[in-house]
Design a binder for this molecule. Sequence first.
Ligand code: FAD
Length: 506
Amino acid sequence: MIKLITILTSNVKRINVFSQAKYSTTFLPQFSSEKYDVKRKKFGVLNSTDVDYFKSVLSEDRVLTEESDVLPFNIDWIKNCRGQSQLVLKPKTTEEVSQILSYCNEKHLAICPQGGNTGLVGGSVPVFDEIVLNFGLMNNIISLDDISGALVCEAGCVLENLDNYVRDHNLIMPLDLGAKGSCQIGGNVSTNAGGLRLLRYGNLHGSVLGLEAVKADGTVVNCLRTLKKDNTGYHLKHLFIGSEGTLGVVTKVAIHCPVLPKSVSLGYFGVESFENVLKLYQNAKSSLGEILSAFEMADNDSISATLDSFKLANPIAEYPFYVLLETHGSNEAHDNEKLSRFLTQGMERGLILDGTVTSELTKMKNIWHIRESIAGAGLAGGYVFKYDVSLPLSRYYALVHTLRERFSHPARVYGYGHVGDGNIHINVIVPEYSKEITAKLEPFIFEEVAKVGGSISAEHGIGFRKPQFIHYSKDKTALNLMKDLKKSMDPNGILNPYKVLPDVVT
Ligand SMILES: Cc1cc2nc3c(=O)[nH]c(=O)nc-3n(C[C@H](O)[C@H](O)[C@H](O)COP(=O)(O)OP(=O)(O)OC[C@H]3O[C@@H](n4cnc5c(N)ncnc54)[C@H](O)[C@@H]3O)c2cc1C
């Protein structure tokens, strides 16, 4: 019989994982250009006339030049990358963004667009002295149609704030991720963020109805439509979704918000093997059907590292694997009936060894908090190599075993992720960064992914860390077309240089 364990909420504290990312004078990462041996491209060099121009476009307080003010914008969330920008600009309107880009394009000044700076592939911070264009002050909600669910807002709106807003109108945001308290909708769109409920609500190529973007030369591209159907020529919004600020900057977004589910339940289960995780997933799909909203898994190492790092309590005993399963439905009795059939079957077949199921908000939040904190686990105790790959489900966990065999010491390897999307996150934690360990991991891991037809980046993007490996997942002809698009939309290459596209297509 499954145990309906009461979670000790007092032990499961909500520790903010973002405190990890706060800049501290005691630890500054090495400059990315030195760490990864990159040469600066031939861009203009910022001078005082440029700064004066930006001050004339923005108010003085939105032009940051003091080293200590600029520093946090130069360092990424996992403290892996560090740029050398001397200038942060904080526009409030599309017109300001357009003026800034038009000027930079003329002067060949490079730009690094930045949202909440929660990206995990170094795309959100400069590499050299690119000007940081930060969207934090473009945070107005423009409209919400609570019948169609179309929300229109500025790019700098924080995802969690949007979710809180639409919940008051009986809707939810179609995406949810551990970084929701800091990441911005413009950053989400630019990375095509996936997150915890992609299984149910699909990806942003489906949910984004329209957007407004500014090209490198300052041209404002208005594709801000809220229609569900609009087949009038090329679907240009898709060029900006997932292009990580290399083709244009997103200034406004129109997005479809699904209806707030009337009944929500969350199960957290202990499972014996990954094989059983897959069997349970198959059962969940057939028994729960349309109400299944998330199916996440984490191995024992992921959970124990998270519990240790953040002093959290495990709501159930220790197991080799854990599954977190969520349902979103509209009829509690109907949903409970389905869930209880699924649970009975799972226990009878020995797939669920132990677990807890709850519909109480605080308890659900506490369980989700454990899952969402995994990304930050281990950051304090060493250096974390983070991989985010898609694999056929039959091969989903095999890579963790392979890496463990290859790096038995001194690394700790763990795997967790969105089983429903075939997306596993693999963290390799070592006492400190070294080029030797990097060379053992890369390109090995990408070769292994390519061998089974996977993707080297399931949802975090290519950013600064992976352009040289993109060919493991993208064909040469596709890469050449990407380069042609880049040349046509940003001929001077000022938008997020050193990111996404490799210098040479091999
Ligand atoms: C704890 C944690 C959990 C996470 N979980 C997930 C997850 O489940 N799924 C997932 O997909 N990701 C996840 N991420 C990664 C990250 O949160 C997402 O990539 C997110 O979408 C980034 O949004 P951001 O606003 O922080 O963008 P940033 O990190 O600031 O930028 C990301 C990229 O987008 C570009 N960019 C930002 N804003 C704009 C704009 N307005 N116009 C053009 N380009 C822009 C930047 O140049 C950069 O290349 C997680 C990160 C953390 C720290």
